[in-house]
Design a protein around this ligand. Sequence first.
Ligand SMILES: Nc1ncnc2c1ncn2[C@@H]1O[C@H](COP(=O)(O)OP(=O)(O)O)[C@@H](O)[C@H]1O
Ligand SMILES: [Mg+2]
Length: 253
Amino acid sequence: MAKIISFANQKGGVGKTTTAINISAAMGRLGKRVLLVDMDPQGNATAGLGITKNKLTVSVYDALIEKADSKSVVHKTKFTNLSIMPSNILLAGAELDLSQMENQALCAKKMLAPLLGDYDYIFIDCPPALGLLTVNALAASDGIIIPMQCEYYALEGLSQLMITVRKVRQLYNPNLDITGILLTMYNKQLLLTKQVKEEIAKYYTEKLFKNEISRSVKLSEAPSFGKPICYYARYNKGALEYQAVAKEILMRI
Ligand SMILES: Nc1ncnc2c1ncn2[C@@H]1O[C@H](COP(=O)(O)OP(=O)(O)O)[C@@H](O)[C@H]1O
Ligand SMILES: [Mg+2]
């Protein structure tokens, strides 16, 4: 049975999609069968795996609102053990559709149920908001991984996110665990980075992943070639760091 893990943070640009793509690919290379669900209407995870999002005939949107069978939306990618449920801008309409459905927060759980036997891990790339799409992702998940940039307002955002996690636990999913907090675009030479990390460690010591993800130009280039970093620049520091985090995840869930 697949473990479902969401990459979520309501702040945009913190590395959710980069992490979702590269952890998924790294896990695939570690021999795990992986499905990446692109739950963001921007479709960046879809494009980052080399899929032309505007040519999709069906997407995660159709499966969410039960217009298409979940399995029919899954694409095999050219990367080892990695499949994707792609999305595009049509998913932006889903919030409204979902709000009119019965069990509006449990549609993603229902969508993924027929796929659980086919994968070891199902990763969900969430949009930069705490709306119904993210709530659906969290309600379906065993764990949440929070990518964070060491910025001044990061902690404020983190407490807001934790409130949502608690609400989702109460209302829909008591089993939702915090798998970990991942520091991204990490620059250990900056004083602010050190301070923010210490502050997070004060409250969430055992949740912080031991490995951080450094800032790397290759990581930001890879999506424009439609490739995860481990296929684009295998020995790049970012590739090795994501591989190390993937191994940490294996130990945690
Ligand atoms: N470790 C990193 N080093 C350099 N650039 C990064 C790194 N992680 C993410 N980026 C870049 O930062 C931007 C935002 O990252 P993204 O993963 O799209 O964030 P989110 O999904 O949270 O909005 C993208 O342009 C991405 O390529
Ligand atoms: Mg994103």
